[in-house]
Ligand binder design. Sequence first.
Ligand code: ADP
Ligand code: ASP
Ligand code: MG
Length: 404
Amino acid sequence: MLIVKKFGGSSVADKERIFNVARRCVEDYQEGHDVIVVLSAMGKTTDGLIAKAKEINPRASKREMDMLLSTGEQVSVALMAMAMGAMGVPAVSLNAFQVAMHTNRQYSNARLKWIDSERIRMELENRRIVIVTGFQGVNRNDDITTLGRGGSDTTAVALAAALHADKCEIFTDVDGVYTADPRVVPNARKMTEITYDEMLEMASLGAKVLHNRSVELAKKYGVQLVVRSSLNREEGTIVKEDAKMEKMLVSGVAADKNTARISLIGLSDKPGVAFLIFDALAKKGINVDMILQSIGRDGTKDISFTVPGTEAALARETLESNLEMFTAQKIDCEENVAKVSVVGAGMATNPGVAAKMFEALYNANINIRMISTSEIRITVLIDENETDRAVQVVHEIFELASGK
Ligand code: ADP
Ligand code: ASP
Ligand code: MG
């Protein structure tokens, strides 16, 4: 069997944990399986590197940021290979260049395009455990790119797809995917299974337990994922096409504090205005999420939307320098906002879900700034400092807690 095992930063944070991971991987190897291990940077290394860069140049280019951030993963894989070596097990560490993992050119948020599997196959044939850097890739210029925060999950799924692995396990610091972040809602329930679509919504809406693009890739290539703890032997959560679980009205609640709201006020009420605005943002690679347009009145209208907080400054600059072209009278930007969402395949056919979510927020006196919906999710924009409380009351009203 070919097994891909991915371990996040907290799972390789120190010497003891590195050896703990090494032992888990060696177990599979000694049973005769081929093992590929994907690692993140140790502990909070990536955050530390970002802080260092900010001290030197807060507006450093994305290319240089990727050059810097990719070093964290290289440390982990080398140390892991050394740990296995110390245990007398043949292992080899490889970075994105050596594999090679090719991405597009978008520094800091690159997409994997194709993976060369030859080197890995050769190492596996020589009965070595192959340890690959997560999160990083190489672009057409032979420059290092990174896949976006949390991107090691995507590296693991991409390798599992490219090498037709039999199993792809994502080890982390919680026992699986819960109905809400267990750090915010202590009585959240662990799910035994979740569908790709629900997991994709949860991940895209802020449940960082899986990188959203890893779920997208897993769905596209039919890679069944298991999310489980690196610290115990619990079963974990299976992410797959058709979860047999009861079609829950609501499966989970997610929150995203990395959100900013931008409004363009007093736009001409004529065709083409929205196109100009969102085209300018798209050209800068800025992801826009909730979009709200007011009805035209006296020849003008307003458009509000959300962008990731980390892209707010760039979005603002892009728009501010072109206010006249967009026909906007004013731009307004707010960063202390957060998205809270409920996700569930069962809500597509049930009209009561939105009202129930709004009731919970009303009872908690939490004001809703914007609302957006899809077939299987409802998202509201609220004040950032009310995020945790909102997640708790919404989780409560849908009775998602364990034991209910
Ligand atoms: P890793 O370093 O292993 O990649 P992450 O920090 O990226 O780990 O993701 C795991 C974290 O995701 C958990 O510690 C938990 O706080 C958070 N999380 C958010 N939403 C959920 C959820 N619905 N289920 C489980 N964990 C969640
Ligand atoms: N080390 C990277 C990060 O902290 C990638 C990852 O952990 O998946 O975002
Ligand atoms: Mg992660």
